[in-house]
Every structure is written in C-alpha cells, then in structure tokens.
Design a protein around this ligand. Structure first.
Ligand SMILES: NC(=O)c1ccc[n+]([C@@H]2O[C@H](COP(=O)([O-])OP(=O)(O)OC[C@H]3O[C@@H](n4cnc5c(N)ncnc54)[C@H](O)[C@@H]3O)[C@@H](O)[C@H]2O)c1
Length: 256
C-alpha cells in the first residue's frame, strides 16, 4: 500500500524504536512515501516483523538491531546502512522509554536508564549520522520529544527533563548544521495510546481517562496521528524550516 505521495522516493531513512508503537507507524508512513526504511530497535524479532509487513505492502524496509544507548552501535549501524542501503538522508530519533514514579521516590539507577535511552540515545544517533549529512550538504533529522518536555508531567520528572533537553539540543544542532542544509526539528507527541503509555498507567486507568478528557480533542492520540508531522519534517517540503518544535497532542498544549 502506498500513500500516493512520493516526496521521499528513494531516500534512506533510519527510524529508531520502530519495532512497535509510534516508530512502527512512522516507518510505515515513510516507506509508503517511497523511503527506503531501516528499523533500528532492540526488539529485533518484532523489528523484523514490522519490516516484513512493510515489504509485504510493496514498500522498502529492513531491520537492523540497534541499542541507541551505545554510541558504538549507533556508529556501526550508520556505517552499515551507508554500505548496504545507501547514503543516510533521514534520521528519526524515536526510541524512548519511561518509568512512572514520583521524583522523591526515584533512585539514580532509574534516572540513568531514562537518560541513556531518551537523551543520550539522541546524541549518539545524531553524532553518528550528522557528519555524513553535513559532508553531503543535505539531510533531515527529526527527534521525538514530548509535551512533558514543554510543560512538565507528574511522575515523569527525569523523562520530561530529557525531552526538554532534546529541544535545546536540537535547536543548537539546527543552528550548527543550517549552513550545510541539514534540517533539525522536533515533534512533541502528547499522550498517545501505545504500549509505553499503557504500561505507565497500569492500575491508574481512571487517570488515563481523565487525561483523555483534558485533551481539547477529547481523546488520546493514536500512533497514526503523529506520522504526518514527522513525514513533513523529513521531506523537502520542510527545506526552509529548522530548529522548530511542533506538538501533536490534540491541543493539550498550545504554544504562545
Ligand atoms: N506514548 C506516549 O504517550 C508518548 C508521548 C510523548 C512522547 N512519546 C515518545 O514517543 C516515542 C515512541 O514511544 P511509544 O509510545 O511509541 O513507545 P513504545 O514503547 O511503543 O515504542 C518505543 C520503541 O523504542 C524501542 N526502544 C526502547 N529502548 C531502545 C533502545 N535502547 N534502543 C533502540 N530502541 C529502543 C522499544 O523497543 C520500542 O520499539 C518515545 O520517544 C516516547 O518517549 C510517547
């Protein structure tokens, strides 16, 4: 199945954390617009299944095992993509993880895991991919942040800090890479119905219902809600847009 839009025809895209959830939906959308998609995830069996689904739809995808917390793995996967698929033109930093807990009850070991996946993972993948994009004079980097990083979110202090860090980092990288025509933008998802969200609200489903009611559109997001914003930033339609932050959250937060 194709989207009928071919603006990403032949472009090689790495989507991290694309075995399931929003990453899976993003990979499917980019591939449907013609991209040659690489799914980088620690869940290698599920990643292979997602890639196979995309191929069965007549589009282009493959899975490569990637733990974004390791710079060496990010560099090796980037190198492998360039060797086996082609020049990496699109990087979607989507991999993420969270553990719901009050900050005063949290311990440094859990901060480490949250920071390693959500923030250092973005640094690792950008450090591996950006020099190649810079040398070629074009590229698109889109990172998944969260409305938690813009306005805070109870039980997600360290995660929200990482998501805010992604915004400051991306704006700086956008400035540094603009002269090389590499665009760096951020999408902030709001509460979106995925395994990650469900796991965070186990035993607190009523809170999730209340959250859905607080969203002006009156519902949680779906993985498909976010794909259009990502595909737009990944495309030449966004060639003159960099350092920007777009919330896809049914109006939960509205920038001034
Ligand atoms: N679901 C929400 O409500 C919500 C809201 C705002 C932002 N986000 C962000 O959206 C992104 C996608 O989340 P989701 O809700 O689809 O979650 P999900 O758990 O369904 O998917 C996350 C994916 O990331 C992968 N991943 C985790 N650690 C990894 C690592 N070290 N290396 C490579 N891959 C790894 C997982 O295996 C999984 O496939 C995350 O960055 C998350 O923080 C989610």
């Amino acid at each position: 199945m194709t989207s009928g839009i071919t603006r990403l025809e032949g472009k090689v895209a790495l989507v991290t954390g694309a075995a399931r959830g929003m990453g899976r939906a993003i990979a499917r959308r980019l591939a449907s617009e013609g991209a040659r998609v690489v799914i980088g995830d620690i869940l290698d069996e599920l990643a292979a299944r997602t890639a196979a689904e995309i191929v069965a739809d007549g589009n282009d995808a493959r899975a490569m095992k990637l733990d974004v917390t390791s710079y060496d793995e990010a560099a090796a996967v980037t190198e492998r993509i360039e060797r086996e698929v082609g020049p990496l033109e699109i990087l979607i930093n989507n991999a993420g993880w969270d553990k719901a807990e009050l900050f005063v009850e949290s311990d440094p070991a859990s901060w480490e895991k949250v920071i390693a996946i959500n923030y250092r993972g973005v640094l690792n993948c950008c450090r591996a991919a950006a020099p190649r994009m810079q040398a070629r004079g074009h590229g698109k980097i889109v990172s998944m942040s969260s409305d938690a990083g813009r306005v805070g979110s109870s039980t997600e202090a360290v995660y929200a800090g990482c998501k805010a860090a992604i915004i400051g980092f991306s704006k700086t990288l956008a400035r540094e890479l603009a002269r090389h025509h590499v665009n760096v933008n951020v999408v902030c998802a709001g509460p979106t119905d995925t395994a990650l969200l469900r796991e965070a609200f186990i035993g607190r489903e009523k809170v999730l219902d209340a959250l859905a009611r607080a969203i002006p559109f009156g519902r949680l997001g779906t993985p498909e809600d976010v794909v259009g914003a990502i595909a737009f930033f990944a495309s030449s339609d966004a060639d003159f847009i960099t350092g920007q932050v777009l919330s896809v959250s049914g109006g939960l937060t509205m920038a001034g």
